[in-house]
Design a protein around this ligand. Sequence first.
Ligand SMILES: Nc1ncnc2c1ncn2[C@@H]1O[C@H](COP(=O)(O)OP(=O)(O)OP(=O)(O)O)[C@@H](O)[C@H]1O
Ligand SMILES: [Mg+2]
Length: 314
Amino acid sequence: MDQVKSILKDYYDIDITDVLPQQGGWASLAYKVSNKNQNYFLKVYEKSRASTPKLTALINQYVPILVWLMNNSNLNRKIPTPLITSNGEYKCEDEYGIYLLYDYIEGETIGNRDLTGNQIYQLSQIIAELHSYGDDIPIGADAIKEDFEVPFLQMLRKILQNGRDDLPSDVWGLIHPSMSQLNDLIQTVEEFSQNLKNVDLSMALCHTDLHNWNLMQAGNQLMLIDWEGLKLAPVEADLMFLVDKPYYSEFLSIYQKTHQGFSVNPDAMTFYQGRRRLEDIWEFMEQLLFDEQDEQERDITMSYLREELNEINQ
Ligand SMILES: Nc1ncnc2c1ncn2[C@@H]1O[C@H](COP(=O)(O)OP(=O)(O)OP(=O)(O)O)[C@@H](O)[C@H]1O
Ligand SMILES: [Mg+2]
């Protein structure tokens, strides 16, 4: 509480009266903080987590683009409003964490629920609008441009090769039966990564983490939140989350009103689906190998990893 209070005072000149922990995602903590007049949403990336450097490295690159979209596209009110510090910075930090402040959205997260017809329509419009911006925007997007690299692959491969020697025995026990599927997937992703680097694909702004926990209904408006994955990428980086949905054809027909004649690039789709699988697996392995977790946290991560491995075994 005191820590959050002084961050808000020192960097945003906001005098906080209330701090309420929120259910964050697995990579960050979140608080609803309030002063006399209004509520804010504070996102905290703890420096003790292995995933934090990667997740926070590009804040100064993607937040300005988010702000530009808010002011120059019709995504205004459909995306969260980031607040800058008194010094004009997009984030601030202390020895414990890295902090980002947003307006508080009074609304409900979709989460486990299915989208309604109207929400499908609004989501399709949001994605179609987002994908109509590319490297022609007046804010540099080079830093968030897709390079088809898979930086963790080398380390993952090495750890799998060393197997029992590098892994705690419970993790080894979990992974061992899926070894050949894992290696096949690594092989495929590596091949497609190489190939895609050598073709000139058209790219657009993509959210790259489309799921119902990143959608909120606020009044009549569906909002897309959690923009830390914002990329300039082939649109399959977003469509990979939608192709298997029962509403995909509905989505596509609305999307194609803006993007006439659009069709999916199967290579890009295979790459993104494979890379995402491996990324999730690696993320959980990283937690098990490098994070300080208590027994309960470790059990949860183990069960997520088990689920992911089951998926690739099918
Ligand atoms: N501006 C906001 N106002 C109110 N609630 C919010 C706001 N932004 C996010 N939330 C809520 O907090 C939850 C987590 O936020 P968000 O998705 O941005 O981060 P995250 O999932 O923790 O990130 P990561 O996926 O990296 O762990 C959301 O599912 C949503 O319920
Ligand atoms: Mg999220």
